[in-house]
Design a protein around this ligand. Structure first.
Ligand SMILES: C[S@@+](CC[C@H](N)C(=O)[O-])C[C@H]1O[C@@H](n2cnc3c(N)ncnc32)[C@H](O)[C@@H]1O
Length: 314
């Protein structure tokens, strides 16, 4: 049976045995070797509803070996993933973002989903836990692709796949997705209109975009435009206000039909761990005022928006 449809099945074919396709990265040989050393798990029980949890028959020593292998895929930005007592304690507690998505009460059952900028696929696995029919993760950073390959080696789901590509590289013209997620991407876009336009070009009739982004306070007008860095990130171009995002969507003939509450990112949600030992939010936030970044800009508040083409409104 085709994954999504025959065009996508053909597009994904070269990646079935070779996760990285023709892409180049000096770590590919090391990742391939690590992947080949991961054990086959016996008597598995997979829970993607309460987290990404893999329970299996594995003695303490073998679990230690799995830990040393997985640690070599560093840095783990998204997670957590659990294998018996082993917790891959990533930089982000991505389960908290997922819980905020769940508050929107969007039915994923039987849906075909594209997760643009999926990271290592944490949310994609949770989408399957909510009954999604098939999830295509799109992720150009091969470090995340290698982690997805490691986790799906254990989960062994054929309903989730990862394409190591950028949204701009997709060349399948027929819209095939019921839902398209873009989480943590909009503020990195030099041209946010083009990003929304591309997302909506892959939506089936009645499909929706689930957009999650950093939102600036209203006194910034349409958007906060950092002079250089924002929260220590060099590649942030526009941090929209709610009003600015509404204008952006409306100008393109799109409509925001619901949204979550805003959530200040806390030092408990994003932090350095054994699995991501480098700098994190703690070094991007003003030590004297937790509500400001080190550039004295408003600290990141994140929010979900659900977007439809008006012609698709029920
Ligand atoms: C901030 S992370 C967000 C990860 C995940 N969506 C989340 O919310 O936890 C943004 C991800 O988008 C990926 N990305 C950046 N530009 C992209 C593009 N043009 N197309 C697809 N993915 C992209 C990055 O490699 C990165 O993994």
């Amino acid at each position: 049976m085709n994954f999504i449809n025959s065009a996508w099945q053909k597009e994904l074919e070269p990646y079935q045995k070779n996760f990285f396709g023709q892409k180049k990265d000096k770590r590919i040989t090391e990742w391939r070797e690590l992947l080949s050393k991961l054990p086959t798990l016996k008597n598995k029980q997979i829970d993607l509803i309460d987290g990404v949890v893999i329970l299996c028959d594995l003695d303490k020593k073998d679990l230690e070996d799995v830990k040393s292998l997985l640690l070599k895929f560093l840095p783990w930005r998204k997670g957590p993933f659990q294998i018996n007592d082993l917790i891959v304690d990533s930089e982000w507690k991505s389960n908290l973002k997922w819980e905020r998505f769940l508050e929107l009460n969007i039915d994923l059952s039987g849906k075909t989903i594209l997760d643009v900028g999926s990271g290592n696929g944490y949310s994609g696995f949770r989408m399957l836990g909510c009954g999604a029919k098939e999830v295509l993760c799109l992720e150009p950073n091969l470090m995340h692709v290698s982690q997805f390959a490691a986790i799906n080696h254990f989960v062994e789901s054929s309903e989730i796949k990862m394409l190591p590509a950028r949204l701009e590289e997709l060349n399948i013209p027929d819209p095939a997705f019921d839902l398209i997620f873009s989480m943590g991407l909009l503020y990195h876009q030099r041209n946010p209109e083009a990003h929304l336009k591309l997302l909506s070009s892959h939506l089936r009739e009645n499909g929706i975009i689930v957009l999650e982004t950093i939102i600036a306070p209203e006194d910034f007008g349409n958007a906060l435009i950092p002079e250089e860095r924002y929260a220590n990130m060099p590649n942030v171009h526009f941090v929209h206000t709610e009003l600015g995002l509404m204008h952006l969507a409306n100008n393109m003939g799109l409509e925001i039909i619901s949204k979550s509450t805003k959530q200040l990112t806390t030092l408990s949600e994003q932090r350095s761990t054994e699995w991501m030992p480098f700098g994190s939010l703690g070094s991007a936030i003003n030590k004297d005022d937790r509500n400001l970044t080190i550039e004295n800009l408003p600290a990141p508040n994140r929010q979900f928006f659900v977007i439809k083409n008006p012609s698709n409104l029920a």
